[in-house]
Design a protein around this ligand. Structure first.
Ligand code: HEC
Ligand code: HEC
Ligand code: HEC
Ligand code: HEC
Length: 505
């Protein structure tokens, strides 16, 4: 046997060994692949608890749970003090923070001063509808009690039932694992706009529509119904105003045609509209929406781990994941692309500030005109301008990053808002002069405290009541939910009891 052959043999043994190792690792991966594609059925009774999905989908679960890292609280009433004046008499003047991770969605809803301090299941300022975009327990209750029963009564009615934050069952079928929207309001809205329903939509569009069950404009439609014993009840049903199209103008006409008012402004007595967060609608007008880039393409980029490719479920700001979220389509450097995005933000912010200042002054000048004796008839056109201006402004900014998702539409809406607010103020100069008031200048609203005072918000009182609620009824809710088996607090409520709020600082 020549030396070369021996070497060759030794080499083969090593190679065979390596191949065996490789084979066993392929085997393991194959097993994992098969395991992953077996589509386990998650029992209906536990599908609301995302930790129950972890066994079958460990990567999606652990990336989903990472939204816990996005815990930064931004008190928008501090950042933009005009807001408390613009929303005087409405819940948002009490407390309003920028969005953060889905992990906090449910807790932030419980913590906000807007949901008040109920003492039992029949008290508090808000209807049950306020839970709708926070939890997979919502479709569970709708399926159990009926949609109209779910939408009837006070928010506190379901405090011990709606206890898990946005999770797997918010977007996936428990049986097939496929994308699914269970809440019926989205399909009704799509139909009203003449668009395909969720089931009829393309796969790429479904990657938007799971988000559109929450990141949309909506209102609570008063609906009379009779329960099975014939008792008359009134439900407040989440409804998207899409019948005239998915535009700011379409929705405004929809509300005006039905004489709808969210609230009467405490300072100017204007009948106001509050925009929620038309994120999906605005995104549709932007270049990425037009070109069919979906929410999931940027916010849930594919991630490779060994031979397994999965969607990153840590929904967050995609500028944190540019290599996976942007760079497969864009050729600029990350730095350059970020600068372009930032410049878009600055352009929006400039018009945003002008619009808020104009609107806040218009409300305060209207109050002065009333004080000087101006009649409702004299203020009619002025109030119509204020209502429409604020609607357009709010539509442009309520879903924060519209400056990126839809830059042109955002700037257009802010321009319209500014023109209408200016028209109101020009009208006010005339009305004030007629009643003998010259050179009036509105009071200072440059801090949250000053603005909340003008808006008549009893901040300290609200905080005291909320803290009491948090020590009593809220604790009771989780105890009861654990007893019922719908909550596993140890797995899903880590850190939530003392997460930062705008009033805990
Ligand atoms: C069941 C309702 C619901 C669904 C479905 C939903 N969201 Fe959200 N989302 C929310 C709420 C509520 C918040 C605000 C949470 C908070 O501030 O506590 C939020 C916050 C966010 C944030 C802010 C995160 C941060 O760190 O600032 C992003 C990004 C986001 N959602 C993207 C998406 C995308 C993309 C989809 C679809 C794949 C989606 N969401 C589906 C309700 C939902
Ligand atoms: C806000 C909606 C949303 C939530 C919440 C959500 N998913 Fe997903 N999930 C998606 C989207 C969108 C995709 C991409 C689906 C596609 O294109 O087929 C996806 C894909 C998946 C896939 C297919 C493989 C992959 O990674 O692309 C699995 C499995 C999965 N999710 C499991 C989970 C589990 C487990 C949870 C809870 C821990 C969860 N999802 C929570 C929206 C969501
Ligand atoms: C082309 C990529 C892209 C697409 C598509 C996209 N987004 Fe975004 N999104 C971003 C970027 C980038 C930001 C952060 C902008 C900023 O604040 O600097 C963002 C921010 C957000 C935020 C706010 C985060 C915060 O903390 O303020 C939400 C909510 C959101 N997107 C939801 C959606 C939804 C819902 C869709 C689909 C209807 C969508 N996005 C489609 C890139 C995208
Ligand atoms: C699936 C492909 C795709 C992804 C992913 C994508 N883009 Fe784009 N983006 C496009 C296309 C297509 C255009 C339109 C311009 C064109 O046709 O060249 C565009 C345009 C833009 C523009 C200019 C548009 C304007 O409104 O001025 C910016 C800025 C931009 N993208 C940023 C981003 C960022 C940031 C991300 C990641 C968060 C991202 N894009 C992800 C495809 C993509």
């Amino acid at each position: 046997m020549g030396i070369n052959f021996k070497l060759l043999l030794a080499g083969s043994v090593v190679a065979i060994g390596a191949m065996a190792l490789l084979a066993s690792s392929i085997n393991e991966r194959e097993q994992e692949r098969v395991e992953l594609h077996k589509t386990p059925v998650i029992a209906k009774s536990i599908e609301n608890k995302s930790e129950e999905w972890a066994r079958y989908y460990p990567r999606q679960y652990s990336s989903w749970k990472k939204t816990k890292e996005q815990d930064e609280l931004t008190d928008m009433l501090k950042e933009k003090s005009q807001l408390a004046v613009l929303w005087a008499g409405y819940g948002f003047a009490k407390d309003y923070n920028a969005p953060r991770g889905h992990y906090y969605a449910l807790q932030d809803n419980v913590n906000t001063l807007r949901t008040g301090a109920p003492v039992d299941d029949k008290t508090g300022p808000m209807p049950t509808a306020c839970w709708t975009c926070k939890s997979p327990d919502v479709p569970r209750i709708q399926e159990r009690d009926g949609e109209l029963e779910y939408f009837t009564g006070k928010w506190s009615k379901y405090g011990d039932e709606i206890v898990n934050t946005i999770g797997c069952a918010s977007c996936h079928s428990n049986e097939t694992g496929e994308l699914l929207v269970r809440v019926p309001h989205l399909d009704r809205a799509l139909k009203s706009a003449g668009l395909p329903t969720f089931a009829e939509s393309t796969h790429q569009e479904k990657r938007n529509l799971v988000c559109a069950q929450c990141h949309v404009e909506y209102y609570f439609q008063k609906t009379e119904w009779k329960d099975k014993d014939g008792n008359k009840k009134i439900a407040k049903v989440v409804t998207l105003p899409w019948a005239n199209g998915l535009t700011a103008e379409g929705a405004e006409k929809y509300y005006n045609d039905m004489n709808f008012t969210d609230w009467t402004h405490k300072i100017s007595k204007t009948k106001m509209l509050k925009t929620q967060h038309p994120g999906y609608e605005l995104y549709k007008t932007g270049i990425h929406g037009q070109k069919g880039v979906s929410c999931a393409d940027c916010h849930m980029p594919y991630t490779q781990e060994g031979s397994v490719k999965y969607s990153d479920h840590q929904l967050q700001n995609p500028l944190e994941t540019m290599d996976r979220s942007c760079m497969n389509c864009h050729r600029e450097s990350e730095k350059k692309l970020k600068e372009i995005v930032h410049r878009k933000y600055e352009r929006k912010d400039q018009l945003h500030e002008i619009a808020m200042d104009n609107l806040a002054k218009a409300h305060l000048e209207t109050a002065k005109a009333m004080e000087a004796g101006a009649t409702d008839a004299e203020l009619k056109d002025i109030r119509a301008n204020i209502r429409s201006a604020q609607w357009n402004w709010d539509y442009a900014v309520a879903s924060h990053p519209a400056f990126f998702h839809a830059p042109e539409e955002t700037l257009r809406l802010l321009a319209v808002a500014n023109e209408k607010a200016q028209n109101a103020r020009i009208g006010l100069v005339g009305v004030l002069a007629k009643h003998g008031v010259m050179n009036y200048s509105a009071p200072d609203f440059s801090t949250k405290e000053k603005a909340q005072k003008l808006a008549g918000v009893p901040f300290e009182k609200l905080v005291a009541a909320k803290l009491k609620f948090k020590k009593t009824l809220e604790k009771e809710w989780y105890k009861q939910a654990e007893a019922k088996g719908t909550l596993n607090a140890k797995a899903s409520r880590q850190g939530l009891d003392d997460v930062e709020t705008a009033y805990s600082k």
